[in-house]
Design a protein around this ligand. Structure first.
Ligand code: CP
Ligand code: NVA
Length: 305
């Protein structure tokens, strides 16, 4: 069988996403597997990381494999050496690659040229492993995803894109409030809409955070300035000034609504100070669930024993 990759949530189906979430739950409640015994996985990172780096390292170890971290200053993907050559060389040493990149096309090219599975550990366009952990966290608290309202407040970024696709595949309604120049790309919204026509999900774009959050089951936010956009930070602070998730905004959601954030948080910007400790906050469950969700992805890509 030819190798498979995990590059975008759009590559999943409603059933394959649900199966990954079930598998993640099973890992969380103690399922053991040595799926990666004797296998080495390269972790090729162009950007910094806490959660992705540590959770993949531990996941690979716990599945019996050997992680090799290659940080931003080591390989020089596309700089010291073309992406295509990096992919082909790594394929001679390791059995899988987890890549964190700037341009999404780099992870696509890695997957095209590698003979081994490639997992997107975040690109400028998507963060699919994060979305799995997000959906897992919402599902374990609410018991389901279908027909829930998931509200995203802030930048139409990588996390917003992957979450929107995952919500649509799960039959959940996605509302996203962003300033006019920072909305999800039209092609992505069209993709969410297409999936929703099959699953019964919907997507709504607004500039009004209160409208997005009204009676929502989950409220999600992420940084205004993502990695690689640091030069725009001042401009973005102005554009997003009215997009902070505060206790008052969260109070417009349904009673029992969850507060999510992929972390790292910029306290006092997209999220008011102290909000990670709000009773609605599940952000540390979300961070933990990265580990379980990624074990599910790795076990899936490397085939069941
Ligand atoms: N949420 C997340 O991906 O965190 P890191 O950037 O620390 O990996
Ligand atoms: N949108 C953020 C997510 C970090 C996990 C970024 O890309 O920097």
């Amino acid at each position: 069988m030819s190798k498979r990759d995990f590059i975008s949530v759009a590559g999943l189906t409603p059933d394959s996403l649900a199966a990954l979430l079930d598998s993640a739950d099973a890992f969380k409640t103690g399922r053991a597997s040595q799926q990666l015994a004797g296998k080495a996985i390269a972790m090729l990172f162009q950007k910094p990381s806490l959660r992705t780096r540590v959770s993949f390292d531990i996941a690979i170890h716990q599945l019996g494999g050997h992680p090799i971290y290659l940080g931003p200053d080591e390989v020089g993907v596309g700089r010291r050496e073309p992406v295509e050559d990096v992919a082909r060389v790594l394929s001679r040493y390791v059995q899988g690659i987890v890549a964190r990149v700037f341009a999404h096309d780099v992870v696509v090219q890695l997957a095209q040229h590698a003979a081994v599975p490639v997992v997107n550990g975040l690109s400028d366009s998507e963060h699919p492993c994060q979305a799995l952990a997000d959906l897992m966290t919402i599902r374990e608290r609410h018991g389901r995803l279908r027909d829930l309202v998931i509200a995203f407040v802030g930048d139409g970024n990588n996390c917003a894109a992957s979450l929107g696709l995952g919500a649509a595949l799960s039959g959940a309604h996605y509302r996203i409030a962003s300033p006019p120049d920072y909305q999800l790309p039209t092609a992505l919204l069209d993709a969410i809409d297409r999936i929703g026509r099959v699953t019964g999900a919907s997507v709504e774009v607004t500039q009004n955070p209160s409208a997005a959050v009204a009676q929502a089951d989950a409220v999600y936010t992420d940084v205004w300035t993502s990695m690689g956009q640091e030069a725009e930070a001042d401009l973005r602070k102005l554009a997003f000034a009215h997009y902070q998730v505060t206790p008052e905004l969260l109070a417009k959601a349904k009673p029992g609504a969850l507060l999510l954030h992929p972390l790292p948080a910029h306290h006092g910007e997209e999220i008011a100070r102290g909000m990670l400790d709000h009773p609605a906050s599940v952000v540390f469950d979300q961070a933990e669930n990265r580990l379980h969700a990624q074990k599910a992805v790795l076990a899936d890509l490397f085939g069941e024993a």
